[in-house]
Design a protein around this ligand. Structure first.
Ligand code: GDP
Length: 319
């Protein structure tokens, strides 16, 4: 018999929490987490892959619980020394975190792919899930604002999302395609193993949209014929953290979970709505599961993950 398989799409902190819950909730199923690399950039000569690292550290149990990004028990000798030399310090790289970027950059330069390196890092961190960059080729997010066009990290970290967003653009070369591991996970369908696709509660515009912008990926997900469900990244009408609600407002979209459903459009078969937004259920023309989606503890993550997978399994795909 084939092993049941769940595919999740994730950005950074919000998405990684549910991905971690899925990993711990699925006793006998395989989990593949497809992670956004639209935020990747070269910094201090190093290839930094922020969402991939958040997934690695969170599922590897070494994430910083206060920030959600970076490593726990981190030291900052490198950053302090860099500051004394007058180097760039707006993007904080802890000493342990730095090792990830140095080793990744070395292996990329030696000709390995981002997905092969990520798979090896995940194995070394003891992660029992496949962490898969959406593509091995660059597709980058740029934010057009009232203060100019910014690369994603410039907007997100250096300018702390302050400029007003006008539009979001993804730039890519001609050869961008889903990474081999994404294709392999979709091919798991050949033996009917894929049971559900979960869109984690990540920023739809900045974290999930780049994944769906990889040529062929959105159609390939839809064509699987398995139920696709999204967990709301809005709780009580606003974002738990980060600029999701701010960006919606700036793009002229009413800030509400029902607009997230509208944004994903025909991709979705069902939606997990936070209990604080239950009154919006009647505005959503899809099957809805209402629950407390706020993940404060590891137990919350597992509960939301279990409920989401159970809900998806009871749905029929509209493909
Ligand atoms: P980033 O790239 O690190 O900003 O992280 P993501 O894009 O993955 O996640 C940002 C989104 O996650 C925001 O819309 C938050 O509201 C949402 N989020 C964070 N924590 C939670 C949570 O516990 N429950 C839910 N439902 N959403 C969350």
């Amino acid at each position: 018999m084939s092993t049941p398989h769940i595919l999740a799409l994730s950005g950074g902190v919000g998405g990684a929490k549910l991905a971690d819950g899925l990993m711990h909730a699925l006793d006998d199923a395989r989990l593949t987490v497809v992670v956004n690399t639209g935020d990747d950039f070269t910094h201090l000569g190093l290839h930094v892959s922020p969402d991939v690292d958040t997934a690695l550290y969170t599922l590897g149990g070494v994430a910083n619980p206060e920030t959600g990004w970076g490593r726990r028990d981190e030291t900052w000798t490198f950053m302090d020394a860099l500051a004394k030399l007058g180097g760039e310090t707006w993007f904080r790289l802890g000493d342990g975190d730095l090792a990830t970027h140095v080793e990744r950059t070395r292996r990329l330069a030696a000709g390995e792919t981002l997905s092969a390196i990520t798979a090896d890092f995940a194995r070394r961190l003891g992660i029992e899930a496949d962490i898969v960059p959406m593509s091995d080729q660059p597709l980058r997010t740029h934010v057009h604002t009232d203060e100019g066009i910014f690369d994603f990290q410039d907007y997100f970290v250096r300018h702390q999302c302050r400029p007003v967003t006008r539009s979001i653009e993804f730039t890519q070369g001609e050869d961008v395609r889903p990474s081999p591991a994404v294709r392999a996970a979709l091919a798991a369908l050949a033996d009917d193993a894929l049971e559900a696709i979960v869109i984690c509660p990540s920023n739809p515009y900045l974290s999930i949209a780049p994944i769906l912008a990889v040529p062929g990926l959105r159609d390939a997900l839809r064509a699987t014929g398995v139920p696709i469900v999204a967990v709301s990244p809005l709780v009580g009408g606003t974002a738990v953290k980060g600029p999701t609600a701010k960006i919606m407002a700036e793009l002229g979209v009413p800030v509400g979970a029902e607009q997230i459903v509208r944004y994903y459009g025909d991709l979705l078969d069902g939606f997990v709505l936070d209990v604080r937004d239950a009154h919006l259920q009647e505005r959503i023309a899809l099957p809805v599961h209402v629950t407390d989606t706020l993940m404060r503890t590891p137990q919350d993550r597992v509960r939301v993950a279990r409920e989401t997978v159970d809900f998806a399994k009871h749905l029929k795909s509209r493909a």
